[in-house]
Design a protein around this ligand. Structure first.
Ligand SMILES: Nc1ncnc2c1ncn2[C@@H]1O[C@H](COP(=O)(O)OP(=O)(O)O)[C@@H](O)[C@H]1O
Ligand SMILES: [Mg+2]
Length: 512
């Protein structure tokens, strides 16, 4: 007998429908699996056989052919165990079950219980799109099911529950539909704990408001890491679409906590500098998202930037421009989104005390120069805001707590609202994403601002790219002040965030 069962597959964060066709014919007992399965899929036979026996089902003494259609798409992972088991049971002449409108995913344990799979959320979305009414998946993936309206999701703990449901009409609870409600104050550390550093805090506010990348330079212990970790607390809250997309990436990578629903707070990722290029950008077979994609719609923090190998910095260049990375391997090709705010932190020299008011620096100019040159030029260029974080004075450290994140976030949200309205037709959310063509149109300047910008361009010897960045930052500063036309104050402040590379990287160039 022949039977087909609906299932799903995933490539990158794109889910698609898969039909598991099972054919049982009399003859020498054998089991064949076709349809571009990878090793994990091929091993389904052994898992399904044990699970079937332990569930008390007969393993068919027949010629069994399982085809995963469409046959030209590579199938990865053990998620077809469940549909194969069901298909076998029906095709081998077991009792009839009406599986129409139902799709199944899940890895089987040898005792018939179900293990969670990666990428469930993307697959549920694809199933809904394809008009599937019900999805049956492992219990631990139920949280992802509850995030999506318009489709019924049944989280189940074992294949037995599914058999009982279809054969004996036993009720199964559906995943509770949750309303999307990001917390008004994200459960992350607060800005108020950082004392002093007003200049750096202001720069962080600008970074959050316009979606700009930022570099923090200063001696050890001045709060660089502390401040970076607090950036998610002042970022605008995620929209439902952003939250879903970020969750899709986390789900595909298998890093969603068990039973978790949507990622509701902008993610914060801080990979160690020993991370491999594949760990950073994504890779493997099948391709999995890397840290840059796990930071999608959130923050990627590179602490001790010069310690990162040059190749890691090179890897970041293209994703920083495009917001998406495509990984091509012999085992498949997959794209993952990667729009994040890059925060980098570093000491000004190997010993850390160059420019420190009291501690002497022990580094020779040559050593310092080698250290700084480890930061690749193109990456430095893409860090829109450069800020120095000097040592905090004793009285500042013991002063009252600073402004809480919630207040800063209100200003950030207001500035983002202006941007969303202005760029509605462009379909971009913030100034950081303005293309050079749109930039000129949306950045009107007062005559003084124009003059100042011209002066800065000549004196700082800016490239076209850094000029664009200066303009984008000026736009964000004006937005934070609620001004549509960019004034000279905004430009002057923006120039200040672009002048540190003169001090450290090109000290022979005149300061503005
Ligand atoms: N500006 C600051 N306000 C309050 N505490 C600070 C500040 N700077 C440093 N600290 C304290 O010093 C610790 C180390 O700071 P950290 O952010 O790791 O420094 P850095 O990354 O600049 O080396 C923090 O955990 C905090 O306790
Ligand atoms: Mg640090």
């Amino acid at each position: 007998m022949f039977c087909s069962v609906l299932s799903m597959g995933i490539s990158g964060i794109r889910g698609y429908m898969v039909t598991v066709e099972v054919d049982c014919q009399r003859g020498m007992p054998r089991f064949e699996l076709v349809g571009l399965p990878d090793a994990a899929v091929k091993e389904a036979r052994d898992r399904v056989r044990s699970a079937a026996r332990n569930l008390g089902l007969d393993w068919p003494e027949a010629q069994v052919l399982v085809n995963l259609a469409p046959a030209d798409t590579r199938k990865t992972g053990p998620l077809y165990d469940l549909p194969i088991l069901l298909g076998l049971f029906i095709a081998a002449g077991g009792r009839q079950m009406d599986l129409s409108g139902c799709a199944f995913i899940g890895e089987l344990s040898l005792d018939g219980s179900l293990r969670p799979v990666n990428g469930a959320l993307s697959m549920i979305l694809a199933a809904r799109q394809a008009g599937v009414e019900k999805v049956f998946l492992p219990l631990e993936n139920g949280g992802e099911g509850s995030a999506i309206p318009g489709i019924r999701v049944y989280p189940v703990s074992s294949a037995k529950e599914i058999l009982d449901h279809f054969l004996r009409g036993r009720e199964l609870p559906t995943a509770q539909e949750l309303s999307f409600s990001p917390p008004p104050v994200p459960p992350v550390p607060d800005f108020s704990e950082v004392r002093g550093q007003e200049n750096a805090k202001r720069a962080m506010e600008i970074a959050a408001a316009g979606g700009h990348n930022i570099l923090l330079i200063g001696p050890p212990g001045t709060g660089k890491s502390m401040l970076a970790r607090r950036l998610p607390s002042i970022l605008p809250s995620l929209s439902f679409a952003e939250s879903v997309e970020t969750t899709q990436v986390h789900s595909a990578a298998g890093v969603l906590p068990r039973g978790a629903s949507l990622v509701e707070v902008p993610p914060f990722r801080s990979p160690h500098h020993t991370i491999s290029p594949a760990g950073l950008a994504g890779g493997g077979a099948p391709p999995r998202p890397g840290e840059i994609s796990l930071a999608h719609n959130g923050v990627l923090f590179l602490d001790e930037l010069p310690e990162f190998p040059r190749i890691a910095m090179e890897v970041l260049r293209q994703p920083l421009e495009d917001g998406v990375i495509t990984i091509s391997r012999s085992a498949g090709r997959a794209s993952f989104p990667c729009r994040f705010i890059l925060v980098a932190a570093m000491n000004p020299c190997p010993c850390g005390y160059f420019g420190h008011p009291t501690q002497p620096c022990r580094c020779s100019p040559a050593k310092r120069s080698v250290y700084l040159s480890k930061v690749s030029g193109p990456l430095l260029d893409r860090l829109d805001l450069h800020v120095e974080m000097p040592p905090v004075e004793y009285k500042e450290l013991n002063a009252a707590p600073g402004e809480p994140s919630a207040l800063i976030r209100q200003r950030v949200e207001a500035a983002r609202q202006l941007q969303r309205e202005r760029y509605r037709e462009l379909g971009i959310p913030c100034n950081g994403r303005l293309t050079p063509a749109a930039l000129r149109k949306h950045c009107p300047l007062t005559p003084e601002a124009q003059r100042l910008l011209e002066l800065a361009y000549d004196k700082l010897g800016l490239s076209g790219r850094s000029y664009d960045r200066l303009l984008r930052i000026s736009r964000t500063i004006a937005d934070l002040g609620g001004e549509e036309v960019i004034g000279s104050d905004a430009v002057a402040e923006a120039v200040q965030y672009r002048s540190l590379d003169r001090k450290y990287w090109q000290p022979d160039l005149k300061e503005l």
